[in-house]
Design a protein around this ligand. Structure first.
Ligand code: CS2
Ligand code: MN
Length: 357
């Protein structure tokens, strides 16, 4: 198992790589090229430059999060083949630079969604929150403005500006596409990229939908154990895996996350895990993101780590989204302090379980 932390290049991160190097037990970063428009090929030279910067401070760049999937592929419209070709070339270039695991997602139009990026908690820290009724009352452009208005000036992963002008039109497009057709479009993409993953020894790790239910009438297909089974059966290769994000799946109280971890880790289909905790603030869909410590949220992180350990997990873990604490200014969810605390709490659980077993 390797513990890593997500980091954004090109001065887009408030955190110097050298600080990440000082977090005990962290071997590397999950990162991305930020200047390449969605759909274009990631050039080998740019990838190598980024890797060299990371390696120079004593960290590894074995995980990329994310190479985003162009909307034409998700829509299944003419022109998608060019973007799929570009995707395959990006995979080859990443593998050549030493990348072992590629996280991506198949959420249409927008990535993760929250109604508040800086909700103040009782202890004075701030966190990201999801309130369903507030959210569905917003128009997509109000949502975009609200997310950008409260991002503290930081570019947010999954909310690339080139997506905005098209957003309303894209959402309308999906209203006339059935969920089955959406699955077919994704299957077409998976059929193309999994053989490349084999050829260049890279593990694909699709991230579940966040939150794991439909909003704005968009198809959300990776939401629970059953849909993960279906996704993995699109291609039975071990290279076709998932990023098991406990917070995304855990937003649905119906999901038994330790059971999901045990099922798919033991099948060797989980190269990458995002560990974070959440607390439900209503009986149904509302939640806040909390500190990682089990007592702070509704997910039992001991059970998560135990499930990973007992299923012989040997992939990458990152402590996902943290709160903003100790006056830190940074990208919502991606401050250093709370994620470093989380990483070391999780490493402590791992050490204790290992020594006791
Ligand atoms: C989210 C996503 O889980 C997360 O950290 O912030 O942006 C996630 O990285 C992508 O959906 C993965 O493709
Ligand atoms: Mn995640």
């Amino acid at each position: 198992m390797k513990m890593i932390i997500r980091w954004f290049p090109d001065s887009a991160d408030s955190i110097p790589l050298e600080y990440i190097r000082q977090v005990p037990g962290v071997s590397g970063v999950a990162t991305c090229l930020m200047h390449i428009p969605v759909g274009e090929t990631w050039p080998l030279d740019d990838i190598n430059d980024l890797r060299d910067k990371i390696v120079a401070v004593g960290l590894e760049m074995e995980v990329i999060e994310s190479v985003n999937v162009h909307e034409s592929i998700k829509k299944g419209i003419p022109g998608r083949d060019r973007y799929i070709e570009n995707y395959m070339q990006s995979m080859r270039n990443l593998a050549q630079a030493g990348v072992k695991c590629l996280c991506y997602n198949v959420m249409p139009v927008m990535d993760w969604v929250r109604s508040n990026l800086a909700q103040v908690l009782a202890d004075g820290s701030t966190t990201m929150a999801y309130h369903h009724e507030t959210l569905i009352r917003l128009s997509p452009s109000d949502l975009t403005n609200s997310i950008h208005g409260s991002s503290g000036g930081f570019w947010l992963p999954g909310w690339e500006e080139e997506r905005f002008p098209q957003m309303e039109e894209d959402i309308r497009f999906y209203h006339s596409l059935s969920e089955e057709q959406y699955w077919e479009n994704i299957a077409y993409f998976i059929d193309a990229i999994v053989p490349v993953a084999h050829e260049c020894d890279i593990n694909l790790a699709v991230h579940p939908d966040d939150p794991p239910w439909s909003i704005f009438g968009l198809p959300k297909i990776i939401t629970d154990a059953q849909s993960i089974r279906r996704f993995l059966s699109l291609n039975d290769s071990n290279r076709n895996g998932i990023t098991l994000c406990t917070g995304s799946l855990g937003a649905s109280t119906k999901n038994d996350i330790p059971a999901i971890l045990r099922e798919f880790v033991s099948q060797q289909r989980v190269p990458f895990v995002h560990l974070r905790n959440i607390k439900h603030t209503s009986s149904d869909k509302d939640f806040i993101e909390t500190a990682h410590f089990s007592n702070c949220g509704d997910l039992d992180m001991f059970e998560m780590v135990l499930a990973l350990y007992e299923s012989n997990f040997d992939g990458y873990i990152r402590s996902d989204h943290g709160r903003m604490i100790w006056g830190e200014q940074g990208r919502p969810g991606y401050g250093l302090y709370d994620r470093a605390l989380g990483a070391n709490y999780l490493l402590g659980l791992w050490e204790a379980i290992k020594k006791l077993s």
